[in-house]
Design a protein around this ligand. Structure first.
Ligand SMILES: [Fe+2]
Ligand SMILES: [Fe+2]
Length: 306
């Protein structure tokens, strides 16, 4: 894409300036304070002892869940760039400034989960056998294809399909369900404090990523109308069976044996379904809102959280 010098306008040196009141700028300021934690500072010394005291089957359960997170974090780190490129080409400087922190945070999440395998589990084997068929469909096909499509198709529908896959399903349903698992398996048992801390920090970063997506998808709806909402609902529904399939694959891997933690399959499926519905309902509330209303609601929510 060649840019004609005469059409190049810099927002920040124009009368428009930098729009501090936009929700992505609020998230940017938050990310500069809360997103700067260092994965290398987490103390895993108690985790090593707790890990050794666990049963073989419990270790397999935690390793499986962490292998899903680790490849998932790698995947979202690798696959975000086409979305950033669309935002950059549209000259949305405030959104891109926030997205620089988003990508850096995903990179730190990769580092944090890899530390678990290197230093706690001390497992350098190939972990891909933990990735079941539904997981592979999402992370090896649906996610990279939806994101890479943006390199040649930046239409609103392509943007929505990418963001729904990345933000609402992977971050908003799958990762949330994963945190729930760690809470039930580790936090409530008082086990592996380093891992608990890592998951808590990742979850806090991810809450900003999801807040950005809610703003971004609401903005697309305000700009392009119901075609965006229809594409969003369709994409959500396409991915729901695969999303629940990830949970089912993890349980099916135990065969006839009961899973090692007291966490029934039905409880996790119900949690994932509730998350799915919450994400859909949240976006539906923005239907018909103007850009000004979206900005006001997003900033009010931000205030309430702070
Ligand atoms: Fe992440
Ligand atoms: Fe994220």
């Amino acid at each position: 894409m060649t840019i004609d010098a005469s059409s190049r306008v810099f927002a920040t040196t124009s009368e428009r300036g930098l729009r501090q009141e936009l929700p992505p700028m609020r998230l940017w300021h938050k990310a500069k304070k809360l997103g700067i934690w260092n994965p290398r500072d987490i103390d895993f010394s108690r985790d090593i002892l707790d890990w050794q005291a666990m049963s073989e089957r419990q270790r397999t359960g935690i390793a499986r869940q962490s292998a899903l997170f680790l490849a998932g974090e790698e995947s979202v780190t690798l696959d975000l760039l086409p979305l950033i490129m669309v935002i950059a080409r549209e000259g949305r400087i405030e959104e891109e400034m926030y997205l620089t922190s988003f990508l850096w945070e995903e990179a730190k999440h990769v580092e944090g989960f890899r530390r678990f395998f290197d230093e706690v589990a001390q497992d350098h084997s190939d972990l891909s056998h933990y990735h079941g068929p539904n997981y592979r469909r999402i992370f090896c096909e649906e996610l990279p294809n939806a994101m890479n499509r943006l390199l040649t198709d930046a239409s609103p529908v392509a943007q929505v399909r990418a963001s729904v896959t990345y933000n609402l399903i992977v971050e908003g349903v799958l990762a949330e369900t994963g945190y729930y698992g760690y809470t039930r398996e580790l936090t409530e048992q008082g086990k592996m404090p380093g891992m608990q801390q890592l998951v808590g920090l990742v979850k806090r970063d991810e809450s900003r990523h999801i807040a950005f997506a809610i703003y971004y998808l609401s903005r697309l709806m305000a700009e392009h109308g119901d075609v965006v909402w229809e594409a969003l609902r369709e994409r959500m529904n396409e991915l729901l069976p695969l999303t629940l399939g990830v949970v089912n694959d993890s349980y099916d891997a135990w065969g006839d044996d009961p899973p090692p933690f007291d966490l029934p399959r039905e409880e996790v499926l119900a949690y994932a379904t509730t998350q799915f519905q919450k994400r859909l309902q949240r976006i539906e509330r923005a239907r018909g809102q103007t850009l000004d209303e979206i900005n006001r609601v997003a900033n009010e929510l931000d205030e309430a959280e702070a």
